[in-house]
Design a protein around this ligand. Sequence first.
Ligand code: MN
Length: 429
Amino acid sequence: MFEARLTRAFIEQANARLVKGHEEDIEALAGHLARRGVSLEGVIRRSMRFGVAVPSWGFRQGGTRFGRFPAKDEPRALEEKLYAAALVNDLAGVTPRISLHIPWDTPDKVAAVRRLARELGLKFDAMNSNTFEDQPGQQHSYKHGSLSHTDPAVRKQAIEHNMRCIELGEALGSKALVVWLADGTNFPGQQNLRRALDRTIDSLENIYEILPKDWRLLIEYKPFEPAFYSTVINDWGTAMMVCQELGDQAACLVDLGHHLPNTNVEQVVARLVAANRLGGFHFNDSKYADDDVSSGSIKPYQLFLIFNELIDAAQDPQVKARQPRFSPSYMIDQSHNIKDPLEDLITSAIEIQRAFVKALLVNRTTLTYHQLRNDVTMAERVLKVAFETDVSPILAEIRLRKGCAIDPILAYRQYLSSRGKAGPKLASR
Ligand SMILES: [Mn+2]
C-alpha cells in the first residue's frame, strides 16, 4: 500500500468529472468577491505557498492513551510513512513537510531517508524529542521528570537525547527542535515549584548551547496531563520566561489543545507576537482538554481568528521592523483513533488552509476604520463576512493548479478501491 507514488494520470482521471462543476463554482465566487473589491487571483496567489507539516506519529490509528484499534494496512516503517505523507501531499497539495518524533520514528539510514523524502517532494520540519516515557534499555527512568529531574544524571540523559535529536535533524535538513515536557507533579508538596523550573531552564540552556545558528528551539506548554497538580512549563507565560532566559533562537509553540477550556487562544497568539516569541503551532481541535481531534472540527471560528491574528501580524509594519522573518512553523499534532489517519490528515490540512484563506479575506482597512470609531457591530461584521465566505472553490482551484485532486477524499477513496481496499462508499460530493 505505501511503496509507490500516486500517478498524475490517476489524479487527472479522478478530477475529470468534477472539473466542470468546479469551474462554475470558482466563476461564481470570483464575481462575488469582485463585488466586495477582492481579487480572486490575488487571494489564490497569496495562498499557493501556504503549507502545514504532518506529524510522523499521525499516520497510525491509536495515538490516544486508551484503546488502540489499528487498521490492517497502516504505514509502520518510517519509509512507509514517507510514502503515506507523499500520498496526502499529492492529493491535497498543502503538506510538503513532515515532522519527526524521536525515538518513535528514528531513521536507521539517515542519508537514504533524506534522499527518499526529496524524491517524494517532502522536507523535514521540526524534530520532536520525547522524554515523557521510558524507552527499552534506558538507564534512568523519567517517572519523576526529565529536564526538571532532581537527579543530575537523569537530566543529563534527557539533555543528551535532545542533542541527539538536533544531530539527526541537522542530517535531515530540519531547522527546529520542539521540546514538550510531561514534567510536573501530581500532589501538592511533591516538589519545589520554583526549583523545578530553575532546573528545567538550566537543562534547556545546555541544549540551547549546541543549537545550530539557523535553528529554533520551540518550547511547548501544557496546563495539565499527565501531571495533574502542576506542570513545569504549564502556560505561554512560563514558556516565554524560559525563552527569554535562553535567547533569541527560542520561541513558544502553541498547541491548540494545550489550554484550559475557553482560553482566548487568538489573544495568546497576539501576545506572543508582541513579545517576538511566537515560534509555531501544533494544530488540532478540542472540546474538553487535550482531545487531539481533527483541526477545525469543533471550533472553526477560533481557528479563523488565530489566522486573523497571524495575517494581521504579518502585514503589520511594526512587527516587520522587529521580526523581519516573521514565520511561525505550522504543524499538525493529532491522534486518530477511529478515523483513517490519512483521511484525517488530508481533512485537517485543508481546514487549516481554509482558515488561512478566509483570514486573507478580512478587509483590514475597513476593520481598523470601525475599530478606531468603536463601531462594535460593523467591526465584528468585517470578520464575520470573511469567515462566512465559502472559500472551498479557492482551495479546489489551488489544488488543481498544483496538479492535485479537486476532491482529495473522494480521490483517496477511489485510490483505495483501485487497490482493492475499499473503505465505506462515498457516492458523491
Ligand atoms: Mn503538541
